[in-house]
Design a protein around this ligand. Structure first.
Ligand SMILES: NC(=O)c1ccc[n+]([C@@H]2O[C@H](COP(=O)([O-])OP(=O)(O)OC[C@H]3O[C@@H](n4cnc5c(N)ncnc54)[C@H](O)[C@@H]3O)[C@@H](O)[C@H]2O)c1
Length: 347
């Protein structure tokens, strides 16, 4: 894991550390030798507890809408690097609770940026948004970073707002050469071991097969930039490192799969069934749910040329790694699997 040497002895603050991606990120940072602090809501049952992350980092349970508590936590952590992942991250929930989604995702971002302004130790900040920040035109080609931001549903739109807020702060408050390097990272739909979220396709598949049910797929024809969680986390880590020493690199970056791994949801589920083996079957069942984009791809030329990032696992490998984890029975096995997959991924 020498490519993560930069993080050895660095102090890193992660918001959303109790969630799916946050837990994976903290484990990578720990393996790299960083001192990790986290700030998020209480964990729901899932990867955070299964892998006993709490005992390995400094964890503060708090709300990103609580500016004072967040600011105090960051001040105490004195981080070199901050990753902001805390969010209401579910599209369907955002239709049910739009105000909560906007306050968490937009005001939460403002509060993180305000806390950074008051914490002089922070040299590098990456705000994690999503592929859904773009105004979706159902184009066949991938969106580039300079395209119009205007997500459709409240989740996507709140993340577009979070991008705008970050861009404004970068220009208005972090322009000096000595100030914090501020960027945003837009990644695709992530899959991987330990995601138990509602209304996400792979967790839905795992729940169905474990209950002996057929997998029901709402939109088999929709194309999404599915990728393994380690792919985008590698991108965030690389971005934070590179801009730490070269502030000219700040901006927005897409991190998505290569063209050949950009599959339709039906193809993804078929790969899942093959990887799972006996007992996994699927069929189409529309449920008249809210609007979802049909076609969504990212153009990742910028991350590849500027940062030297590129995806390492095909979508088939990503699904197999996810299934490998999903079939495990005990937390000891899950922790070992997570460690093993991190070691396999990083050089
Ligand atoms: N999973 C994906 O496919 C995907 C794709 C693109 C972008 N993202 C983004 O990555 C980030 C992490 O996503 P995830 O899949 O791990 O989500 P998750 O739901 O598993 O985790 C969300 C985290 O945010 C925290 N959080 C939520 N509301 C909070 C609040 N008010 N105050 C403090 N913490 C709060 C939760 O406690 C949790 O730690 C999010 O910003 C999400 O928008 C996710």
């Amino acid at each position: 894991m020498s490519e993560l040497d930069f993080y050895k002895d660095k102090r890193v603050f992660v918001t959303g550390h109790t969630g799916f991606k946050g837990t994976w990120l903290c484990h990578i940072l720990l393996k790299a030798g960083a001192t990790v602090s986290g700030y998020a809501l209480e964990p729901e049952s899932g990867l955070y507890g299964q892998t006993r992350l709490q005992s390995q980092i400094h964890s503060v349970i708090g709300d990103v809408r609580d500016e004072t508590k967040l600011s105090t936590a960051m001040d105490e952590a004195r981080p070199d690097v901050v990753f902001h992942l805390a969010a209401q991250a579910l599209v369907r929930r955002s239709y049910r609770e739009p105000a909560l989604t906007y306050t968490t995702n937009v005001l939460g971002t403002v509060n993180v940026l305000e806390a950074i302004r008051r914490t002089s130790s922070v040299k590098s900040f990456v705000n994690i948004t999503t592929d859904k920040v773009y105004e979706n035109r159902e184009w066949r080609w991938g969106y580039r970073e300079n395209e119009r931001l205007n997500g459709f549903d409240p989740y996507s739109n709140s993340k577009s707002c979070s991008e705008l807020v970050t861009g404004s702060y970068r220009g208005a408050f972090f322009d000096e050469s000595e100030s914090t390097a501020v960027s945003t990272a837009r990644s695709g739909n992530v899959i991987g071991g330990g995601d138990y979220s509602e209304d996400r396709i792979i967790p839905d598949c795992v729940r169905a097969v474990c209950a002996g049910r057929e997998i029901l797929v709402r939109n088999p024809e929709s194309t999404r930039p599915y990728q393994h969680v380690l792919e985008c986390l590698y991108g965030y880590l690389l971005l934070a490192e590179r801009q730490y020493t070269d502030k000219s690199l700040t901006g927005a970056y897409n991190f998505g799969p290569d063209e050949e791994s950009c599959v339709k949801t039906g193809e993804l589920v078929a790969l899942f069934c093959t990887a799972w083996g006996v007992g996994a079957e699927w069929r189409v069942q529309g449920d008249g749910g809210p609007h979802e984009a049909n076609f969504l791809k990212l153009d990742c030329t910028k991350a590849k040329t500027v940062l030297g990032w590129r995806p390492r696992w095909t979508i088939k490998t990503a699904v197999e790694k996810t299934v490998e984890f999903a079939k495990l029975d005990t937390d000891v096995e899950r922790s070992a699997c997570l460690e093993r997959q991190i070691k396999e991924y990083f050089v």
